[in-house]
Design a protein around this ligand. Structure first.
Ligand SMILES: NC(=O)c1ccc[n+]([C@@H]2O[C@H](COP(=O)([O-])OP(=O)(O)OC[C@H]3O[C@@H](n4cnc5c(N)ncnc54)[C@H](OP(=O)(O)O)[C@@H]3O)[C@@H](O)[C@H]2O)c1
Length: 264
């Protein structure tokens, strides 16, 4: 129980990687605050976690809205007087040829993926500071390190998340809180709705290229040296490590989990 007596807030917890992180944290002993827009899906995840014997508090919130994040903060403050771990996993991807993006779509991706991380972290860092030590873990992407043609908004947002991660780690360490760590995880393709859902990568690429989804899947698994798609649990395992005492010396880093897709 490496996270016993810890309270963790996880955005994007209604499905995919965030959900897997929430379950893994609960397995490791943490109580969890689950955040996403879909309240019904969050309640289901909360129900599973309560059955595991941990506290789970589900709050519906759009992370890209300052007003909703303020409301979230008020609700969380009523039920929890501490926060030890924050995981920013909420994210979206909307692909387009660069010249075909409409401004609102491009900005929506950046607003959720980057501004949302800023808003949530700004809201909850003071609570983490009260504990004197704590963890912030941002689920970025290899798209924050490598070029992603036809997905400039996503790639720009994830490059931004890595800049925020490294700069905030440095700022917090210099501001009297060297025990608070800030790190990012950079996955390549993971088996979630973002990949295979109705509006996922395969569907978006198939619509743009006119190629069958099977061909697109073959191409992306071919780029992973292990020739496979990752499982959300693999990302969650890294998050558990980064949240643990064992990772107290790790800050300002961005870890690839990519089956050898990229090497920096
Ligand atoms: N899957 C991959 O291949 C992959 C690879 C690299 C990085 N990532 C990153 O991993 C993170 C999780 O992605 P995933 O694969 O788990 O995707 P997913 O299955 O589509 O889940 C996305 C999560 O984000 C939430 N979300 C989306 N917009 C939100 C908003 N405005 N406010 C609050 N919550 C919001 C969704 O819940 P609601 O819809 O209910 O709000 C959902 O819980 C993302 O940051 C993504 O960029 C994914």
């Amino acid at each position: 129980m490496t996270l016993k007596n810890r309270v963790a807030l996880i955005t994007g917890a209604s499905r995919g990687i965030g959900r897997s992180v929430a379950t893994a944290f609960a397995t490791a002993g943490a109580d969890v605050i689950l955040v996403a827009r879909s309240g019904k899906a969050l309640e289901e995840v909360a129900g599973e976690i309560v059955k595991m014997g941990r506290q789970a508090f589900a709050v519906s919130c759009d992370v890209s809205s300052g007003e909703e994040v303020d409301e979230l903060n008020k609700k969380v403050s009523k039920s929890f007087d501490r926060l030890d771990i924050l995981v920013n996993s909420a994210g979206i991807s909307k692909r387009s040829r660069f010249l075909d993006y409409d401004d609102e779509t491009w900005f929506e991706v950046v607003r959720v993926n980057l501004f949302g991380v800023y808003l949530i972290t700004k809201a909850f860092l003071p609570k983490i500071e009260k504990t004197g030590s704590g963890r912030i873990i941002n689920i970025a992407s290899v798209a924050g390190k490598a070029p992603v043609p036809f997905n400039t908004a996503y790639s720009a947002s994830k490059h931004g998340v890595l800049g925020l991660t490294k700069s905030l780690a440095s700022e917090i360490a210099q501001s009297g809180f060297p025990q608070i760590t800030v790190n990012a995880i950079c996955p390549y393709f993971v088996e979630t709705d973002m990949l295979r859902g109705k509006n996922g990568y395969h569907a978006q690429m198939a619509a743009m290229s006119g190629k069958p989804e099977a061909e697109i899947e073959k191409r992306i698994t071919g780029q992973n040296l292990q020739k496979r798609v990752l499982e959300p649990q693999e990302i969650a395992a890294m998050a558990v490590y980064l949240a643990s005492d064992d990772a107290r010396g790790v800050t300002g880093q961005a870890f690839n989990i990519c089956g050898g897709r990229i090497f920096h």
